[in-house]
Design a binder for this molecule. Structure first.
Ligand SMILES: Nc1ncnc2c1ncn2[C@@H]1O[C@H](COP(=O)(O)OP(=O)(O)OP(=O)(O)O)[C@@H](O)[C@H]1O
Ligand SMILES: [Mg+2]
Length: 295
């Protein structure tokens, strides 16, 4: 596995305020990192350091070089949070200009087609809607056929169709072996594509791993079924942490999904309409960040 990013014991402060605390991170080729965290957690700050837009010591390396080095810059594409400066340049003129800076850029027509931007190509940047602007910013980020792509809340403002096109393109880039760090507050979307999730909380990594590992650690399964029994009879099942009943629909939460389900079916074979769901990333995330706040 080829190491693309290496961060060792990184601290970063704005003046007296510590923003990132003892960050350790290794990212290998082909990984898709979903970087999640509340507003102000430090996600954009970390990306800016990796891009060399904020200073770091030699404990941060990108492609074996200092962030912001020419070697690294050539291989990186980025879509940051702020949109492009509004200007009287047309979409295709702007992208052509970006493409000219690189020797290995993807044909402009291909990008316009893929992002469904052809019909907007003659618009001035300053007349674009928020979602269209994000698409042009994304086009600019991938135009140089980068190996490493930073996407900071890429889908904000995109409509459902643009979002769909966007995630399909990310999937294609993943298949091509690109390495990506994507921040997003849309956890449902990020969990589909990320090979590793990182949860940043007030400048510290509080979790790194796969969605499965995260779910296992906060293992909760929700089992829904229909039954005429009183809800209290289900309290004796193993692993139960909560039971709710609304007319004949029972919803139980358990930390031991497999065994709870086995017992339920053997003791109460007449229950019906059974549905089993793992806790969503959204709920786990809320639970994690709230737990930490209380500590
Ligand atoms: N130029 C700056 N000067 C001083 N403080 C800053 C500066 N930029 C960011 N901060 C502070 O650093 C902290 C982390 O900000 P950052 O933008 O990295 O958060 P984030 O995780 O990207 O949040 P969001 O989800 O809102 O984008 C915040 O408290 C923010 O106010
Ligand atoms: Mg941010």
């Amino acid at each position: 596995m080829k190491q693309i990013i290496s961060v060792k014991n990184l601290n970063f402060s704005y003046g007296e305020t510590e923003i990132l605390k003892k960050i350790n991170l290794t990212i290998n080729k082909g990984e898709i990192i979903g970087l999640i965290g509340e507003n102000g957690a430090g996600k954009t700050t970390l990306l800016n350091i990796l891009l060399g837009l904020l200073p770091s010591k030699n404990n941060v390396q990108v492609f074996g070089n200092r962030p912001g080095s020419l070697v690294a810059r050539k291989k990186i594409g980025s879509m940051l949070q702020g949109d492009l400066v509004l200007s009287s340049v047309r979409v295709d003129e702007f992208l052509e200009e970006v493409a000219m800076q690189y020797s290995n850029s993807i044909p402009l027509e291909q990008i316009l087609e893929q992002l469904d931007l052809k019909k907007h190509r003659h618009k001035f940047l300053k007349e674009l809607s928020g979602g269209l602007m994000r698409r042009v910013t994304f086009a600019q980020a991938v135009l140089n056929n980068p190996d490493l792509i930073f996407l900071d809340e890429p889908t904000v403002g995109m409509d459902a169709q643009a979002r769909h096109i966007f995630w399909e393109l990310i999937e294609k880039l993943r298949e091509q072996g690109k390495t990506m760090i994507i921040t997003s507050h849309y956890l449902e979307e990020i969990q589909q594509v990320a090979s590793r999730l990182i949860v940043l909380q007030k400048g510290k990594f509080i979790f790194q791993g796969t969605l499965k590992e995260l779910q296992d650690r906060h293992k909760q399964t929700v089992i829904t079924f229909t039954s005429e029994y009183e809800k209290c009879v289900f309290a004796e099942l193993t692993g139960i942490i909560n039971i709710e009943k609304n007319s004949s629909q029972v919803v139980i939460k358990t930390v031991d999904g497999d065994n709870t389900l086995k017992q339920l079916l053997s003791k109460y074979p007449d229950v019906s309409n059974i549905a089993v769901e793992h806790e969503t990333l959204e709920k786990i995330f809320l639970q994690m960040t709230t737990d930490k706040e209380q500590q």
